[in-house]
Design a protein. Structure first.
Length: 267
């Protein structure tokens, strides 16, 4: 009998391995939680920078950073889902998001040449594993070594005080984005993956930007018969249906898990 094909969003792979029970609650059972202010800030930065970069693709009409900033403001004040602001404030998130948007447009974008922006891949089926990968690749850029992906990451620790971008722990997610980018664009992705870090500090000094590279991002995805890769581990876990919980996860809390109140693994 042919096994069922289960879709996995590239951005959710980390959560699958961190706490399978939380992942299943969201992505199998369809349970939802309000977004956080920090997550919406990141969404707003993605929205504004995408407008700016898209206008500079071949055949586009370039817009200014200020013009593209309208998408940042819209994302903050007209979110597509409920937002739990907690101690955050929309006005503060808007201020930081606009500052990071401008920093990206002035410091990062002039040194990039993109072949694609926000490339969506509805489904890349891997039938023998019983999974289908989905997701959106932030950017595909042109380099002297061919094409590579660029992924924008926001967060308080995205770029250290020394200017170094945090790249550890992102390799297999970037590898999936490489697969999706090749599938949706038809381009060979041969250059190193790139993380564009934007730190969401409250002060100008702590709002840093930078670029870090990750080589061989896809190597961890596909293993061998003796040493399974990330995708094999994910497929086995999902197909088994054994979604065990991890009460020691840093995201084990009611703000992050829709099953927190009833989770038997916390007892």
């Amino acid at each position: 009998m042919r096994q069922s094909i289960i879709s996995i969003r590239a951005s959710s792979l980390g959560e699958l391995f961190d706490c399978p029970a939380r992942w299943a609650a969201k992505h199998i059972d369809g349970k939802t939680l309000p977004s956080s202010g920090a997550a919406l800030l990141g969404t707003a930065v993605h929205a504004g920078t995408a407008v700016y970069d898209s206008s500079r693709l071949p055949g586009g009409t370039p817009v200014s950073a200020d013009d593209a900033a309208g998408a940042v403001v819209d994302a903050i004040h007209h979110p597509e889902q409920e937002v739990d602001w907690d101690d955050d404030k929309p006005q503060e998130a808007e201020r930081i998001a606009l500052a990071l948007h401008t920093r990206y447009c002035m410091e990062i974008a002039p040194h990039q040449e993109y072949a694609g922006v926000e490339l969506s891949c509805e489904r890349l089926e891997i039938a023998d594993l019983g999974i289908a990968l989905t997701g959106t690749t932030d950017r595909v850029r042109k380099t002297a070594d061919g094409h590579g992906i660029s992924d924008i990451k926001t967060g308080k620790t995205a770029v250290g005080a020394d200017g170094v971008v945090k790249t550890a722990g992102h390799a297999f997610q970037l590898g999936v984005y490489e697969l999706l980018a090749e599938h949706s664009s038809g381009l060979a992705i041969t250059a190193p993956a790139q993380i564009i870090g934007l730190s969401t500090g409250k002060t100008v000094a702590s709002q840093r930007s930078g670029i870090g590279e990750v080589n061989g991002a896809r190597q961890a995805l596909v293993g061998t018969e003796d040493s399974p890769g990330v995708l094999q581990h994910a497929a086995r876990l999902i197909q088994s249906g054994d979604f065990f919980g991890n009460p020691r996860s840093m995201l084990c809390g009611e703000k992050y898990c829709p099953n927190f109140g009833t989770c038997r693994y916390r007892r």
